[in-house]
Ligand binder design. Sequence first.
Ligand code: SF4
Length: 226
Amino acid sequence: RDVADLDAHVSVCRACPRLVAWRESVATTGRRASFADQPYWGRPGPGFGDARPQVLVVGLAPAANGTNRTGRLFTGDRSGDWIYAALHRAGYASQPESWAAGDGLTLTGIRIVSAVRCAPPANRPTPDERRTCGQWLDREITFVAPGLRSMLALGSIGWDAALAAARRLGWTVPRPKPRFGHGVETELRTPEGRPVRLLGSYHVSQQNTFTGKLTEEMLDAVIARL
Ligand code: SF4
């Protein structure tokens, strides 16, 4: 019926045996020592943010000790520190930090989802897992499409997931397939002919932010174009 209903269904999904086993093993016997006394969510990460957004952010997948612990996307890990600080600077987020599901953070005009909704080992979902979880992205996009102006893909997996979902939903996607890159932009069209822009950004993972491959200025510049 709506994204709240979708969230409820996503959060009990068990379609990918390898990911179900991983998310639950991390949540029980595999907790990081510093979080050993905390309850873990251990389930898929549902979408978070505005139910009628103008912008949809498509990330990669939950972190094993981040979303898989807190139950909210980009919450309780370093990637979240980056994306929510940037969204706060741009006026989309009510606060710059996101440490727990009940911390009061709200998003206005923007919604965050991930291409794969269960934490994958080594942050690497298989092609089959990406395809299987695409069904949830299709439904999410269907619900938010009427007000959607643009999408922001964080990393190449988010980029490919957004393009694949658009194709499955009958949107017009440029050919040849637009290549992912930081700051790259392409225009998609809904079946009604309405344009929706897709922008790419390097993912906010520590691999990129610690090495300087992605700076705050680079991320802010892409978000300003949304
Ligand atoms: Fe379900 Fe997606 Fe998790 Fe697979 S990755 S079990 S499709 S929520």
